[in-house]
Design a protein around this ligand. Sequence first.
Ligand SMILES: *Cc1c(COP(=O)(O)O)cnc(C)c1O
Length: 437
Amino acid sequence: MEQKRFFLKEADLPKQWYNIQADMVNKPMPLLNPATKQPIKAEDLYPLFAQELSRQELNQTDRWIDIPEKVQEMYRYYRSTPLVRAYGLEKAIGTPANIYFKNESVSPVGSHKLNSALAQAYYCKQEGVTNVTTETGAGQWGAALSYAASLFGLEAAVYQVKISYEQKPYRRSIMQVFGAQVIPSPSMTTRAGKDILTRDPNHQGSLGTAISEAVELARMTPNCKYTLGSVLSHVSLHQTVIGLEAEKQMEMAGEYPDMVIACFGGGSNFGGISFPFMRHKILEGKKTRFIAAEPASCPKLTKGKFEYDFGDETGYTPLLPMFTLGHNFKPANIHAGGLRYHGAGVIVSQLLKDGLMEAVDINQLESFKAGCLFAKAEGIIPAPESCHAIAATIREAIKCKEAGEKKTILFNLSGHGLVDMGAYDQYLAGNLVDYTL
Ligand SMILES: *Cc1c(COP(=O)(O)O)cnc(C)c1O
């Protein structure tokens, strides 16, 4: 057997993030102020986000953005993450395809989310912020932000979607161990939460409701900024360390991917692994396929509309030009909590419109079946979100088998599922069903 795992030397770790907006022929359309319908400027975002993050959000000119020394130092605690040749999975499928995965589950909090949490906490601290607030679905972003906040001496308040607060108590405990305050959303602590509960006392929460609450708290509290773990362009920017590393690691393996696959919630791990490879498609005409795997119950890319919509339920955010199921969309209670968001980031939305990427939707049962196969073959229990990427990979690997084609597939393992065993229990007991929109 040839080499299985590939790591980079510290000296070869990325020192800059890759900003795909600079290379896009059709730039994302502007974010709009909902009151005036005028394009948003970075200054308009300062009340909400750290200033540097606001500038990164709208930066369409600088291809490379320096990673601050301090953030590079923090990345070295767990990066590079391994690139792994999935010999076990290939054998289990019986495919001629060569399958590789980038293992982001080895980060201290178990998912890719820390790549952006460290950057966001760093810039907040730099700018004299004392408190950060956010929402979390399944709890991975909340855990990452809580840890990053504690590293930089910031207070964190996390609104956790009520259904996952109840289904995933250990993610709450993880955030609390890192010192964060965790509030189930919708809650009575904000006007947005009260309004939602008045209309629907049994509202189980969604990322849209939790975002409204976190944004409101940030607006009402001095020295407090809002942070987000997905969807926004600066979040995908930070996640490009995944793809930049993978590019070098694939080179060490002597390969270049024919397909790059990732699961899709708002687009940050997909953008993170894809964009560095996609620059070769945009600039050099490489033929790589990029496939986003979303849940059939929340299919914004495959069944949503491209239009201006709010990022949250109440309508506090700017209007975003994106593929969306509507900001009032209430997804079914599938276990891949991190994929239950109504919209897609503005960069990926434009890339999909321009045909530079594709999307597939995957049902819950197929995704868990894929996750269990992967676990037995590779020894890692994937996050329910990541199972969607594995299912899409297996579909493509089976096509290769049927066609007798030896393609190279790279997918992102965005996180592990060790805090999601309740979901696996239900799958194994036969209690899960598919919800197709
Ligand atoms: C949050 C999360 C996702 C979905 O978010 P993206 O921004 O689409 O990457 C996927 N996988 C894991 C493990 C997550 O924590």
